[in-house]
Design a protein around this ligand. Sequence first.
Ligand code: CO
Length: 214
Amino acid sequence: MDFEKIFSHNEAWIAEKLSVDKNYFNKLSEGQKPEVLYIGCSDSRVSTEELLGAKPGEVFVHRNIANMVISIDLNVMSVITYAVEHLKVKQIIVCGHYYCSGVKAAMEAKDLGLLNPWLRNIRDVYRIHKEELDLLKNPDEKYNRLAELNVEEQCINLIKTAAVQKAFIERDLRVHGWIFDIRSGKLIDMKINFKKILKEIMEIYNLNEGKSIF
Ligand code: CO
């Protein structure tokens, strides 16, 4: 990557924005009011704004290896709390992708040092869905299905948080599980049936004195 080019591109971008609206950056500096929180993979091929066709100011973004929502990760939990309680986003997207190297690494019997505790969370998703995954004989199919199930589990992890449950009760907040198919470029809405899933597990994870969150 040519770093010189980055800065000349930046100059051209400023000129282009100002040619359309001379107050563009003044407006940007006034603050943000994004309606969407996007949690995705750090993978260089899954570029958030390009994928969503979003402009600066429209999406609050968090990316990590394999789009994980881990309750003791202060980083993702701070992002969720800020987005839900302060920015009051209306939609949260957890977007995974096929051929995710984080998911692949979690399927291999290898010691990856510092990465082990992170990947352990994906191994746990594998364990929860082992019965279904073991039926898939094609390794690619199994690997990509785990990427889908991981999105589903991370959406559930989101709904286990007090901030999201509170927002569900008090206002309209939607959670979406998506998958980006790198082979075709297609963005797929997994249309996860949260009501059904939550019905089964809310007895355990409800943080609102039993109050129904839907
Ligand atoms: Co990935």
